[in-house]
Design a protein around this ligand. Structure first.
Ligand code: C2E
Ligand code: MG
Ligand code: MG
Ligand code: MG
Length: 280
C-alpha cells in the first residue's frame, strides 16, 4: 500500500483511506445495479400557496431502496451518481417518471424536478426535457425545473443559453437553495428565473437569529420587486409559517405541510382536490 509520489519518495496511504475507497467502490457497484433493478423511486413533497393554503404542486425527490440498507438518503448517493455520470441516464428517467406521474394529477398542480449541474454539461438535456414532456403528455407549464447556483458557476454562456431553450419549451425555472452559493444577486440578473426558493438553513434559524430572519425578509422583498414568487423551504412549525407569511413569501414547503411521500400516497389528497375543483 505504498505509492511513489513522483519525486522518488514514498507516501503511505492511511489504512482508513483504503476502507473509504472500498466503500465508495461498493456504493458505485450497488448504484449501477440499482439502476438496472429499478430500485429508485420518486417521492413527492407538497408546495403550498400561502395565499389560499392550497397545494400548488409537488417536488419530486429521488429515493433509493437499497436491498440491505433500506432507504438511503440522496445526500449520500447523489454525489456518487454525479461523479460516475450515472446522473445523466438516471436524470432522464427522473424527468420522464415525474412527468408521467404528474400527467395524472389535477391540471392546476405542477411538478418540480431537481436538475444536477452535471446534467447541464450534457448537451442532450433540452432534448431530454422535451422528450419527457412529449412522452407523458404533460403540459410544459406544469413542469418546473429546480437548479442551484452551482449550475451557473460552470460555462456561463452555454448554461444560460440552455436555460433559455428550456424556458422556450414552456417550462419554468426555479432557483433552489437560494443564498447558499456565491454572488447570488448577479445570477438573478444573468437569467430571469421564474421562482426563488429560499434555502432551509435560513428558515431553520430565523426564529432564533435576527440575521436569518432579515435574509428571509430581504429575499422575499427582492422576489416581490422582481416579480418572482418566493418559496420558503423547510417549514416545520406554525411560527415559521407565520414569519414567512409576514415576510411576504408566496409559497411554502416543509414537514409542517407534509413529508415527501410515494406517488401512490398522493392519490387521496389529489382526488379530494379534484372533487373540490369540480364543486367550486
Ligand atoms: P432540495 O432540492 O433542496 O430538496 C429539499 C430537501 O429538503 C429534501 O431532502 C426534503 O426532503 C428536505 N425537506 C423538506 N422539508 C423539510 C423540512 O421541513 N425539514 C427538513 N429538515 N428537511 C426538509 P432530500 O429529499 O433528502 O434531498 C436532498 C437534496 O438532494 C435535494 O435538495 C436535492 O438537491 C437533491 N435531490 C433530491 N432528489 C433529486 C433528484 O431527483 N435529482 C437531483 N439532481 N437532485 C436531487
Ligand atoms: Mg429542490
Ligand atoms: Mg432546496
Ligand atoms: Mg438542497
Amino acid at each position: 500500500h505504498a505509492k511513489a509520489d513522483g519525486r522518488g519518495t514514498f507516501r503511505f496511504f492511511e489504512p482508513h483511506m483504503d476502507v473509504q475507497l472500498q466503500a465508495r467502490r461498493a456504493l458505485e457497484v450497488d448504484l449501477r445495479k440499482a439502476a438496472t433493478n429499478g430500485d429508485f423511486e420518486l417521492f413527492y413533497q407538497p408546495q403550498i400557496n400561502i395565499d389560499d393554503n392550497e397545494i400548488g404542486g409537488y417536488e419530486a425527490l429521488l429515493r433509493w431502496h437499497h436491498p440491505e440498507r433500506g432507504l438511503v438518503p440522496p445526500a449520500e448517493f447523489i454525489p456518487v451518481i454525479e461523479d460516475t455520470g450515472l446522473i445523466v441516464p438516471l436524470g432522464d428517467w427522473i424527468l420522464e417518471q415525474a412527468c408521467r406521474e404528474a400527467a395524472r394529477w389535477p391540471r392546476n398542480i405542477h411538478v418540480a424536478v431537481n436538475l444536477s449541474p452535471v446534467q447541464f454539461r450534457n448537451r442532450g438535456l433540452v432534448q431530454s426535457v422535451s422528450r419527457a414532456l412529449v412522452a407523458s403528455g404533460l403540459s410544459p407549464n406544469r413542469l418546473e425545473l429546480e437548479i442551484t447556483e452551482s449550475v451557473l458557476l460552470q460555462d456561463n454562456e452555454v448554461t444560460v443559453s440552455m436555460l433559455h431553450q428550456l424556458r422556450q419549451l414552456g417550462v419554468r425555472i426555479a432557483m433552489d437553495d437560494f443564498g447558499t452559493g456565491y454572488s447570488s444577486l448577479s445570477y438573478l440578473r444573468s437569467f430571469p428565473f421564474d421562482k426563488i426558493k429560499i434555502d432551509q438553513s435560513f428558515v431553520r434559524e430565523m426564529s432564533q437569529r435576527a440575521d436569518c430572519l432579515a435574509i428571509v425578509q430581504s429575499v422575499a422583498n427582492l422576489g416581490s420587486s422582481l416579480g418572482m414568487p418566493t418559496v420558503a423551504e423547510g417549514i416545520e412549525t406554525e411560527e415559521q409559517l407565520r414569519q414567512i407569511q409576514a415576510a411576504g413569501c408566496t409559497d411554502a414547503q416543509g414537514y409542517y405541510f407534509g413529508r415527501p411521500r410515494p406517488a401512490r400516497d398522493l392519490v387521496h389528497t389529489l382526488a379530494a382536490l379534484r372533487q373540490e375543483a369540480r364543486v367550486a
